[in-house]
Design a protein around this ligand. Structure first.
Ligand SMILES: [Zn+2]
Length: 172
């Protein structure tokens, strides 16, 4: 195929995810399944963690990893004014060494303590698009952990408020 033919190939339509900024090809007919995320981004996340969802019922470590992945994704797609429960949970799992399997038990206290943040990170170190791109060469548990670490680090300006809320959730 010559350069002229290549230039005539249709360029796939893309969207920018309003949450994480990932630029992804529009998938016709895909409805958004996550507030604050583009349909393509939410769909890519669903595909990426599908294996974890299928195994989470049988395996506690997989369930914890799925919780960590879901909180990383949710914390990256908070809308302005949303309660930042997912970012508080990231603090619990990553800084306070709480096992993500305790998410359900802590839900009420996290909900009560989670702040509504008026600013969120403008750019993200790692998105689910990076995660999906690296899946061929790095295994999913390692990718999820480094992604969650990066999301938490990107939230640095809000760390004082999030740490305070995490402390309240643990001690209230
Ligand atoms: Zn996104």
């Amino acid at each position: 195929m010559g350069p002229v033919d290549a230039a005539l190939e249709p360029v796939p339509e893309t969207t920018v995810c309003p949450g994480c900024g990932a630029v992804l090809v529009v998938v016709p007919g895909l409805a958004s399944t996550h507030p604050g995320a583009s349909p393509s981004c939410a769909g890519l996340f669903a595909v990426t963690v599908r294996g974890l969802r299928e195994d989470a019922d049988q395996d506690a470590r997989t369930a914890s990893l799925l919780q960590l992945a879901s909180d990383a994704y949710d914390a990256q797609h908070l809308r302005d004014g949303d309660q930042a429960g997912a970012a508080v949970r990231l603090c619990l799992w990553l800084e306070r060494d709480v096992d993500p399997s305790r998410a359900a038990g802590l839900a009420d206290r996290v909900d009560a303590a989670a702040p509504r943040l008026t600013t969120r990170p403008h750019r993200w170190t790692t998105t689910v698009a990076d995660l999906a791109a690296d899946l061929d060469v790095v295994d999913l548990p390692a990718l999820v952990r480094s992604w969650a670490d990066a999301v938490w680090t990107d939230w640095a300006p809000a760390h004082p408020a999030l740490r305070s809320a995490a402390g309240t959730a643990l001690t209230s």
